[in-house]
Design a protein around this ligand. Structure first.
Ligand SMILES: Cc1cc2nc3c(=O)[nH]c(=O)nc-3n(C[C@H](O)[C@H](O)[C@H](O)COP(=O)(O)O)c2cc1C
Length: 198
């Protein structure tokens, strides 16, 4: 099996994170930048934006998520929420993925024939970057998961990190050392999902 096939098999949602990562923040940042730079996008529009949080910013972010959820999660469910957030906060960083609505709007104006497509293509492009990052982290033996606390946390993110208002938060990816092996995954029969015609 090629390295790539092994990698895509081994990438999993890793929720129980730790701080035992060998790479430096600079090394991780370079990997993330390379994913963002080289990812495909509709008309090479490059509308995806990323912020990576480490150290103080990272812990402050998860604290804000916890405080935000505290206001809406019922008391009897909050302990589980708190533990989940603590497991993300125990890692080494979090990537925030955004789409820049300015870029999407200008594409719509320049190419009205695709007006109703650009938003969905931007979502596709964003997902491609997310997946590249997830694989690139897995390649370094760094565990990660994909989270969607937006739009609940949008205001908090704008305030904390001086994010341009045209950047729309799409997803969050906490990462760190893998402290628990994920449960085995179940698969739909591939023949129900895939057809070949010759
Ligand atoms: C579009 C998309 C949205 C997801 N949203 C979440 C999420 O909000 N929270 C979460 O814990 N996992 C989320 N996941 C992770 C999936 O639950 C996970 O990928 C799936 O169960 C397969 O497990 P694996 O990642 O270990 O292969 C999301 C995955 C995708 C592709």
């Amino acid at each position: 099996m090629s390295n790539f096939q092994t990698l895509i098999k081994e990438r999993r949602s890793v929720y129980t994170l730790g701080a035992h990562v060998k790479l430096t923040q600079d090394e991780i940042t370079k990997i993330l930048q390379s994913c963002l730079k080289n990812a495909p996008s509709a008309f090479n529009s490059q509308s995806t934006r990323m912020i990576v949080l480490y150290d103080k910013s990272y812990h402050a972010f998860w604290h804000m998520v916890e405080q935000t959820l505290r206001k809406i999660v019922p008391d009897d469910k909050f302990e589980a929420t708190k533990q989940r957030i603590a497991s993300f906060d125990a890692g080494v960083g979090t990537v925030l993925f955004f789409e820049d609505e300015n870029v999407i709007q200008s594409l719509k104006e320049r190419m009205p024939i695709y007006e109703d497509r650009f938003t969905i293509w931007a979502e596709h492009a964003n997902a491609m970057v997310q997946y590249m990052v997830w694989d690139a982290l897995a390649e370094q033996n760094i565990g990660a998961s994909l989270q969607h606390y937006n739009p609940l946390i949008d205001e908090g993110v704008y305030q904390m990190f001086d994010v341009p208002k045209t950047w729309r938060l799409v997803a969050q990816m906490p990462f760190g050392s893998k402290e628990k092996v994920p449960n085995p995954k179940t698969f739909e029969p591939i023949e129900n999902r895939f057809k070949v015609f010759v």
